[in-house]
Design a binder for this molecule. Structure first.
Ligand code: HEM
Length: 414
């Protein structure tokens, strides 16, 4: 049943900003762990769902639409205006095919993993290097890897700007104030750079190159027309930005290796890569990154006998589901073993959304994320480093969050 959690005339946007990841799970606890909770957010009635059945319900396109669902401040920082995230129906499918074809092909995934491994080795090769902030290092490694893999036209100086700006876009999307302004400026800068690059590529032979960049340059939508320069830039950033955002998970992987040293031993001995993959899944489940995803009720709906009016905000509680004791025995225990005997159920493990990757809005970068995270976690486990005193707290009020120090490592035993 759906429980009322608070006075429905009161908008809870401020509570969300204040409580961060704890907001929905907390609301759910107060509601008595029912099937869903009702609240108000962004001036609309909202209902938050969780559980595998809710995942199937939420990702049914006849139930939840995306057009008009994402607030302007999120589009102007995280995703970009006109992004694939905001489309429905035939238009969404045509645009989504561009991502799915390029990002889920096993050879393409393996190639990006190779680029990431090479960039990682270069970054840590300098013998005089004594210290690194893992989060910053990973963002730069991933920016270089995605540039080389996707054929993005950044030189070695510009790629540092790409790393910085993509981190800023993710860091500032959910918070008003200076972080948000930084995110807006970062997006404007990168959209301008990439729109210009797409325009130049269309005028030259470069557009024929078989890279993700070339594919976006040449892509034609459901109406048969090429993407306008701005939309092409937005979608290129929808490849580069989340690939760089895997840095959040790499920093969490470092945290896990430090906190549970047994996992470091297991990763070092992991010949087949099976443990590294299980470790990557557990990092994605255990650590907080995406709090929830949302859309608008496409029509009057019913969920477990309760009415959800057309136009209401429908939220899927990602963080809550990934820590639900009904789905995960000992949800606050970091335990890669839970993924060793069988692969995750795609409706249960949803750190990157649920449903079908081709027809719905599930993240097309999931295979890439798991493969790159597994490879870099293995590389990190095999390196020699120690953890100097620092602030390793991961504040749940901050969205997105990370170890406060960025996870600083000393590269020689201290
Ligand atoms: C850092 C790890 C990542 C996380 C936590 C993540 C999370 C997500 C989530 C929650 C969604 C939205 C699901 C929904 O709206 O229902 C999504 C969509 C998307 N992701 Fe990822 N993602 C990650 C990595 C990647 C990577 C590496 C790429 C590409 C290289 C990527 C590209 C996309 C795209 C293009 C969409 C839009 C899909 C659509 O609307 O149909 N993501 N991701």
């Amino acid at each position: 049943m759906i429980r009322l959690i608070e006075d429905l005339t009161e908008d809870r946007t401020a509570a969300l900003l204040l409580q961060g990841y704890a907001w929905l799970p907390d609301a759910r606890r107060r509601a008595g762990d029912g099937e869903a909770v009702r609240t108000r957010l962004l001036g609309r009635p909202a209902v938050a769902l969780h559980g595998p059945g809710a995942v199937r319900f939420f990702y049914d396109e006849s139930h939840v639409r995306r057009t008009g669902a994402l607030p302007g401040p999120v589009l102007d920082t995280l995703f970009g205006r006109g992004a694939v995230h905001t489309l429905d129906g035939a238009e969404h499918r045509a645009r989504k095919a561009l991502f799915v074809a390029r990002l889920t092909d096993p050879a393409a995934v393996a190639s990006l993993v190779e680029h990431a491994g090479a960039a990682w080795r270069t970054a840590f090769a300098a013998p005089a290097r004594r210290e690194a902030v893992l989060f910053d290092e990973a963002a730069l490694v991933l920016a270089r890897a995605v540039r080389d893999w996707a054929g993005l036209p950044y030189d070695d100086t510009q790629v540092r700007g790409l790393a910085r700006d993509c981190v800023a876009m993710v860091d500032g999307f959910a918070t008003p104030g200076p972080r948000h302004l930084r995110a807006r400026r970062a997006r404007a800068r990168q959209e301008e750079f990439l729109a210009d690059a797409v325009g130049k590529a269309r005028a030259t032979v470069m557009s024929a190159e078989d890279t993700p960049f070339g594919a976006v340059v040449r892509h034609r939508g459901a109406d048969g027309a090429p993407l306008d320069l701005h939309t092409a830039a937005v979608e290129l950033l929808n490849i580069a930005r989340p690939a760089i955002a895997v840095a959040w998970f790499v920093a969490f992987a470092g945290h896990a290796l430090h906190r549970w040293p047994g996992t470091r031993e297991r990763l070092r001995e992991d010949g087949s890569g099976a443990y590294a993959t299980a470790f990557a899944h557990e990092v994605r489940r255990f650590y907080p990154f995406v709090p929830f995803v949302g859309g608008l009720a496409a029509r009057d709906l019913e969920w477990h006998g309760e009415r959800i009016p057309e136009g209401a905000l429908v939220l899927l509680d990602v963080y809550g589901q990934n820590h639900d004791p009904a789905l995960w025995p000992g949800p606050y225990r970091f335990d890669p073993e839970r993924f060793l005997s069988r692969p995750p159920d795609p409706d249960v493990l949803i750190p990157q959304g649920g449903g079908d990757v081709r027809t719905g809005h599930r993240c097309p970068g999931e295979d890439i994320t798991v493969a790159v995270l597994a490879a870099l976690s293995g590389a990190l486990a095999r390196q020699e480093w120690t953890v100097p005193p620092q602030d390793l707290r991961i504040p749940l009020r901050r969205v997105p969050t990370a170890p406060r120090s960025g996870f600083r490592i000393a590269l020689r035993p201290v």
